[in-house]
Design a protein around this ligand. Structure first.
Ligand SMILES: Cc1cc2nc3c(=O)[nH]c(=O)nc-3n(C[C@H](O)[C@H](O)[C@H](O)COP(=O)(O)O)c2cc1C
Length: 145
């Protein structure tokens, strides 16, 4: 059974771009072996991550992620059973939210800045979908072999 999980969090103060690369490298090593796909959005301050996969695997990974000291204030935005994956080709795609079009943020939020803490799960999902379909801001996504 497939599920998808969407959460947001605040990056720890000491997280550098090398730190993000380390998270992505770990994800791209771990996720394919556990049937996990998804996308990690990073704004320089906030994370939004979508995980997709088998229910047990997604739940187990999320439990590890929640305990990770590299971020805090983790909020579960959406959790649902799904019929198919959205990111089947991505071991863990990466979206740089710093490059997101402010009008896109404004479309779903009260202000032209990312604030998933003030958004409903449904709006967060819709925003994520649009961010990802804006190919220009998607980087370092890797296909599953
Ligand atoms: C924002 C964020 C996203 C993460 N995403 C993943 C992921 O998709 N896959 C993964 O294996 N680890 C991910 N991690 C790392 C896990 O939190 C954790 O470090 C990893 O599962 C190793 O746990 P362990 O040291 O207990 O073995 C992420 C960490 C953070 C801070």
């Amino acid at each position: 059974m497939l599920v998808r999980l969407l959460y947001a969090s605040r990056a720890g103060e000491r997280l550098t771009s090398a730190g993000i690369d380390a998270i992505l490298a770990h994800s791209r090593a771990y996720n394919p072996a556990h049937g996990i796909t998804g996308v990690l959005c990073y704004s320089g301050e906030l994370f939004m991550q979508m995980l997709e996969g088998g229910r047990d695997e997604v739940n187990r990974l999320y439990a590890d992620i929640v305990r990770d000291p590299r971020h805090r204030d983790i909020v579960l935005l959406d959790y649902a059973e799904i019929a198919e994956r959205r990111f089947a080709g991505w071991t863990m795609g990466h979206v740089n939210l710093a490059k997101a079009n402010p009008s896109l943020l404004l479309k779903y939020s009260e202000h032209a800045r990312l604030d998933p803490y003030a958004m409903s799960g449904r709006m967060s999902l819709a925003l994520l979908e649009e961010l990802v379909s804006t190919a220009a801001i998607v980087g370092r996504a890797e296909a599953v072999e």
